[in-house]
Design a binder for this molecule. Sequence first.
Ligand SMILES: C[S@@+](CC[C@H](N)C(=O)[O-])C[C@H]1O[C@@H](n2cnc3c(N)ncnc32)[C@H](O)[C@@H]1O
Length: 296
Amino acid sequence: MTAPPAERAGAPHGGDGARRPGPLGDGVARDYARKLQRFNAFAEPELRRAIAELDLRRGMRVLDAGCGSGEAVGWLAAQVGDEGAVVGLDLSAAHVAAARAIAPGNAAIVRADLTDAPLAAAAFDAIWSVNTLNHLHDPGAAIGSLSAALRPGGRFALGQSALLPEMVFAWDARLESRVNEAVRRYYRERYRIDERALTAVRALLGQMRAAGLQDVRARSWLIERTSPLDAASERYLGETIFRDTWGARLQPYLHRDDYAELRRLCDPAQPQYALRRRDFHYLQSFTLVLGRAAST
Ligand SMILES: C[S@@+](CC[C@H](N)C(=O)[O-])C[C@H]1O[C@@H](n2cnc3c(N)ncnc32)[C@H](O)[C@@H]1O
């Protein structure tokens, strides 16, 4: 009898989760699955292009470290086929439940802390991890310990969106930079981290090299959307960014006139709603840093 995907791929059985919350508040009880589902529906074309860059083959074993709501687990599983296996690993109970609900038969979803998950050595042909390293206290250490789970020569792919500032209001760079600064101030205060810690993720490439990975290279794509928007883009930008990320929580950090202008642009009930403007043109970068475990 064929072993189940988790066992075939040397997955851990799960632990009790992080001992202290991550720098951005992640923990077992944290739930932002809806936000992740909207992002993955929105950026699916570019994320699938990035997965193609991994050059996965049928029969391979892949780990998605910090799999969130599990969309990428399905895309990876389609590449490795039924002979292969994908393990999605995440700390959050709600994210794990969302990922399990859509996991294909050749995938297993495990709840564990990736910083001390008991992964079998050399168990995986590839590791995929997107927008997760910036949620850890010590990303360099995590890269090092995860790479021990790669077979010699195995591929390590770290993806990170928005290393470059996004363009949301093509017609108003001033308001956009005020809003970006307000978002950063909100995060700095809410999570009590300084600007350097908040942006440390920009050094992913150097961290991969420092962890001993070889042939490290980076490739970036632009996620570009213009009006009229498709439904997934409208949902992500309108609900996740405008309503949830830029809601009333930004008010303390913006001048009253800028906040009022932002409300008009972000409210679908207003004639000025940004997503219906003919000049709406959105840009976000997505960067993949790729490396290989040393061959023995
Ligand atoms: C921004 S989300 C990205 C999720 C997914 N990779 C995606 O692109 O949609 C970061 C994920 O990392 C998970 N996470 C944070 N710290 C973790 C840890 N120490 N161990 C495992 N997962 C963790 C969170 O629960 C969350 O699902």
